[in-house]
Write a protein of this length. Structure first.
Length: 338
């Protein structure tokens, strides 16, 4: 197979979260042509995960996995001598291509691995959650995200918070007759920003982003409603953190904790550089697929940008690394923890 051609082909198919069906069909066709038995694992509507294996081989103990969806907006592929650009080039369509190439490399040696490509990672890991209800007996899952071909010793979790403030409308000329929800929200945010976030000896500090603020009716109306959306990158449990945030908001606003993905400490194998991933992956939702290793080509620093790209050299290296890790797991039957 042509690694770069497949990467370009996948990038050219728009697959923003909730619109992954077309890329799923393309992967089904590609893998079937390569001799895999392909199963479309239903998720929602016309969306499905892709599970592929060779029926003539034993049930695979190692699975290579990543996600098919991308963030918006769609950016078509372009190319230079050294790089392939476009939406999903490193997050994670180049990784899909590298994992298929690695599976082919291993197959030529008489070693068979499974391939699991998922929908919904960029939003809520819905595809991974469905897949976790239907494990296929694997002992290890090698998950692909852009780590510059280094194994992640840990990945931070996510805590999403909707902070809601309520007030009373009034004419802005008579503010004493109303109650500003926006001012209350700002007070709550100021207090929450003073909360000391946890620090992990290996993963570093938790971080918080106030990503969205909404509220108000018009400049001449005292606002009766305001909301802020916060995202905290986790490095540990959240019970105490939730308590502190609730206390900091006080009577100014109500925090609704709408999503939590836990911090994960992960396994490694010898002889490959390591890092800590400050981002969240599908791994917490794939616990029934075995012990996890997280690694992939490309830089997270260019993922989700209009200049997203992947180095061709890293793509080629990733093929060998995925094969190397799979061989190690199959021969030694364990991951290392450091």
């Amino acid at each position: 197979m042509d690694l770069f051609a497949l990467t370009r082909k996948l990038i050219e198919i728009e697959s923003i979260t909730a619109n992954e069906a077309a890329v799923g069909h393309a992967l089904d066709s590609e893998l079937t042509e390569l001799g895999y038995n392909v199963e479309r694992m239903p998720v929602e509507g016309d969306r499905f995960n892709v599970w592929a294996r060779h029926l003539s081989a034993p049930r695979p103990e190692v699975v290579l996995s990543t996600h098919m969806d991308t963030v918006p907006p769609f950016v078509p592929w372009s190319e230079t001598t050294d790089r392939i650009y476009g939406r999903g080039s490193c997050d994670a369509k180049g990784i899909i291509a590298a994992q298929i190439a690695a599976a082919e490399k291993l197959k030529a040696e008489g070693t068979h691995v499974g391939l699991l490509f998922l929908v919904g990672e960029e939003r809520d890991s819905q595809g991974a959650q469905i897949a976790n209800e239907h494990p296929r007996g694997s002992k290890f899952i090698i998950n692909g995200e852009p780590t510059e071909n280094r194994i992640a010793l840990a990945s931070k979790g996510t805590l999403r918070i909707e902070l809601v403030a309520s007030g009373k409308m009034a004419h802005s000329a008579y503010p004493e007759l109303g109650e500003s929800a926006i001012e209350k929200l700002l007070d709550a945010l100021e207090n929450i920003r003073k909360v000391k976030l946890p620090v992990h000896s290996k993963a570093g500090p938790s971080t918080m982003n106030i990503g969205l603020i909404e509220g108000g009716r018009a400049p001449n109306v005292i606002p009766d409603h305001a909301v802020a959306h916060l995202l905290i990158r986790l490095v540990g449990p959240t019970d105490e953190l939730r308590r502190q945030i609730t206390a900091a908001a006080g009577d100014k606003a109500e925090p609704n904790f709408i999503l939590e993905i836990p911090f994960m400490e992960l396994g490694t194998v010898p002889g490959i550089d390591t890092m800590v991933a400050a981002f969240t992956t599908d791994i917490p939702a794939l616990t029934n697929w075995g012990k996890a290793v997280l690694i992939g080509p490309g830089s997270i620093h260019v993922a989700h940008t209009d200049g997203e790209y992947i180095e061709k050299k890293q793509l080629l290296e990733a093929v060998d690394l995925y094969a190397k890790i799979a061989r190690h797991l199959l021969q030694n039957g364990a991951v290392l923890h450091v």
